[in-house]
Design a binder for this molecule. Sequence first.
Ligand SMILES: C[C@@](CO)(OP(=O)(O)O)[C@H](O)COP(=O)(O)OP(=O)(O)OC[C@H]1O[C@@H](n2ccc(N)nc2=O)[C@H](O)[C@@H]1O
Ligand SMILES: Nc1ncnc2c1ncn2[C@@H]1O[C@H](COP(=O)(O)OP(=O)(O)O)[C@@H](O)[C@H]1O
Length: 297
Amino acid sequence: MSVTVRVPAKVNVQLAVGAARPDGYHDLANVFLAVGLYDEVTVSPADELRVTCEGPDADQVPLDRGNLAARAAIALAERRGIAPTVHLHIAKDIPVAGGMAGGSADGAGALLACNALWNAGASRAELLAICAELGSDVPFSLVGGAALGIGRGERLTALETGGTFHWVFAMAGRGLSTPAVFREFDRLAEGREIPGPVASPDLLEALAKGDPEALAAAVSNDLQPAALSLFPELADTLDAGRAAGALTALVSGSGPTTAFLVRDPGTAEKVARALRGSGTCRTVRTAAGPVAGATVV
Ligand SMILES: C[C@@](CO)(OP(=O)(O)O)[C@H](O)COP(=O)(O)OP(=O)(O)OC[C@H]1O[C@@H](n2ccc(N)nc2=O)[C@H](O)[C@@H]1O
Ligand SMILES: Nc1ncnc2c1ncn2[C@@H]1O[C@H](COP(=O)(O)OP(=O)(O)O)[C@@H](O)[C@H]1O
């Protein structure tokens, strides 16, 4: 017997970042959109906890108890007083350390899959609480769609979307560490007053209307200057996508994946072709959102 869960990647259409908190985290107004690039997590009974991974980035994924899928299985097992003796297999298509929440997706996927395999009966609220313990982005991987995350990004409110948005994603030749990007944000912010993060009303309206031009005019990412400071070549990728006809170009979350919002699937293919030919990135993918969160398949 095994259970497989499919979990989408995310792009942050707004990432407003406040000042560093005493606990080291930053308050956010984080507007997430789940997009159709997926990892699949399969759990099956085993003699001991084991993690395996396949996919183009598999060699960069930790296979020990630090893997978010393993941490999720352990967290649920501890709550039920059982042993987390499962084999977790990750079919990974989301770039690693790319700012698209791939590890978070695997954490949410493993949690949902173990809950089903063990018949553990965790409610949606309990699953969300465990997700929030695992990481700031993990609750969103469970719920998907579009949502505003406040606090560390873990306190979610679902957002209305009036249509499908089409995207091109350019994956970079190396990853960026999320804590390092937040540290660089703090360094660049030194001596400046950082306002409290708030969601943009124009952006929420553009999402609700399903209007890509209005969304393009409203997207923002406060971590982008920090990501560019650590990875200056990303500016060339952003320029290449803009020149090819993207409505807007931005860094996804803490990067280094770059995201290009386009009007329609045809433009997505055109921008993807131009980015592939630009020599400024490793791989290029197209994906649309919103899509559903973690789902048993
Ligand atoms: C930046 C974002 C945007 O969605 O995602 P990525 O682009 O990395 O995918 C998230 O805030 C990342 O969320 P996640 O990757 O779950 O981070 P966590 O494990 O909770 O935290 C990792 C580290 O990031 C920093 N961190 C994270 C969230 C937050 N609100 N403030 C922070 O300062 C802290 O240094 C923390 O130790
Ligand atoms: N299941 C997992 N998949 C990918 N990375 C993981 C996983 N579990 C833990 N990690 C660790 O988390 C780091 C951040 O990974 P990831 O979630 O892919 O990126 P991001 O936080 O930029 O969205 C990786 O470099 C890796 O060391």
